[in-house]
Design a protein around this ligand. Structure first.
Ligand SMILES: [Zn+2]
Ligand SMILES: [Zn+2]
Length: 267
């Protein structure tokens, strides 16, 4: 059986990019890291840009779109997102080459099939032009990506509750942010319903909604200033432990690194 492969190429405010695929087809969720790094990480897997059948963009913040111009127009990888996200990309200073031939539109809640993958975008609350998460279905398995979510809105909850695997934001520790150096307006921006998800919000959701189906949680978009992998992991671990859910036995939880790629996970 051709199993599902997942690798994070980078996660956080300096750049986000996730690979998901099988032996014959790869997709990227966001391309917010340098194109040279994307090429390098693909090459390490024995792959090239032609293997990537599409980049699915969550929103038009620079840390998610930096490489889409080059990926799309130079390497001919289709760049998928909603019409509004594409309008944001068109206006973005972070994208050097404007998307013309590679621009592909999707609608929220409509499913698109590429190879053996079914991709559905869903609405996410965040302070970008528009913002979506994605669920990728493959061989009865569901992998949901929910990054840059101000809060777990009903659409996000519905997708996460059905997921076997998920990339879920755990951006900040509430105490570290409150006591940290960020100016007041930035703290407010982060904690707003259109900002980022805290460790405790991610942890509480996981503990409350855990089902046997859930295999693997990748905590993403951890803040360098207001979080640490240890604190994010502990917060989730503590909430799960209260419900007698054991990491390592009932499910796996991993924090994704900001700058270096994760190992390749094969499910
Ligand atoms: Zn971001
Ligand atoms: Zn963002």
């Amino acid at each position: 059986m051709d199993r599902l492969r997942f690798q994070s190429f980078g996660s956080g405010s300096s750049g986000n990019c996730y690979f998901i695929g099988n032996a014959s087809c790869g997709l990227l969720i966001d391309a917010g890291i340098g194109v040279r790094n994307i090429r390098k990480y693909l090459r390490n897997m024995g792959l090239d840009f032609q293997f990537i059948h599409g980049v699915f963009v969550t929103h038009d913040h620079a840390d998610h779109i930096k490489a889409v111009g080059t990926m799309g127009e130079k390497h001919h990888v289709p760049i998928y997102s909603t019409r509004k996200v594409h309008e944001g990309i068109d206006r973005s200073y972070a994208v050097t080459e404007k998307l013309i031939t590679s621009k592909k539109f999707i609608e929220k809640d409509e499913t698109l099939q590429i190879g053996d993958f079914k991709i559905t975008a869903f609405h996410v609350s965040h302070d970008a032009t528009d913002c979506v998460g994605y669920t990728i279905e493959y061989q009865e398995k569901r992998f949901t990506f929910a990054t840059d979510v101000g809060y777990i809105n009903p659409e996000v909850a519905q997708h996460l509750e059905q997921a076997d695997y998920m990339v879920l934001e755990a951006n900040y520790d509430v105490k570290m942010l409150a006591e940290g150096q960020y100016p007041y307006h930035l703290k407010n921006r982060i904690t707003a319903k259109t900002g980022h998800l805290s460790n405790i919000e991610a942890a509480a959701f996981l503990a409350e909604k855990y089902s046997d189906k859930l295999q693997h949680v990748f905590l993403c978009h951890l803040s360098r200033e207001n979080n640490s992998p240890e604190i994010a992991f502990e917060t989730v671990n503590n909430h799960l432990a209260e419900k007698k859910i054991e990491i390592g036995k009932d499910l796996e939880v991993v924090t994704l690194e900001r700058f270096s790629p994760s190992k390749m996970y094969i499910f």
